[in-house]
Design a protein around this ligand. Structure first.
Ligand code: FES
Length: 164
């Protein structure tokens, strides 16, 4: 990420310590993760000890210091989802994407994570992709879901290709 981009984010949110989380959220949204040099830059620009910036960046599960894929997939393994078949959903997800939780696909399209409860137990098993909830998930729905995202990416690429 360009340092001027981070500077703009800091300007937008203000150089107050209370704006740190908002700044990290904006950086993460732009990059899909928090590059280490961006954390150093934020610490210096805001005059906050680097250790405090790292503490914030590692405290919240939403933040990642590792590059993430274009789409974030969260599979809930909380009790309610577990008893309704979440482990089967997760294995199918792993098989389809050929990755394990906390990994990113080679084409950088998907990152897979597991969580313990997404607060929508009645809809379980739940999968969230890019903040969109998909309830009553089944093994066959996993296949459809992944294919629809790949198709969407194909269309996006075609459109970009036509523009050039
Ligand atoms: S256990 Fe999955 S949403 Fe609560």
């Amino acid at each position: 990420m360009e340092l001027s981009g981070i500077e703009k984010i800091i300007e937008k949110n203000g150089k107050h310590r209370s704006a740190l989380i908002a700044i990290l959220l904006d950086i993460q949204d732009e990059n899909h993760f928090l590059p280490r040099d961006s954390l150093t830059y934020v610490a210096q620009a805001m005059d906050i000890p680097l250790v405090d910036v790292y503490r914030a960046a590692t405290f919240y599960k939403y933040f990642s210091l590792q590059p993430r894929g274009e789409h974030m997939i969260l599979v809930c393994l909380g009790t309610a989802c577990h008893v309704r078949g979440a482990p089967r959903v997760l294995s199918e997800m792993q098989r389809k994407l050929n990755i394990k939780p906390r990994e990113t696909t080679e084409d950088n399209l998907f990152t897979l994570e597991t969580v313990n409860c997404l607060g929508a137990c009645a809809m379980g098993p739940i999968v969230v992709i890019d903040a969109e909830y998909h309830g009553q998930m089944t093994v066959s729905k996993v296949d459809k879901l992944i294919r629809s995202f790949k198709k969407l990416e194909g269309i996006k690429k075609d459109e970009q290709g036509k523009k050039h």
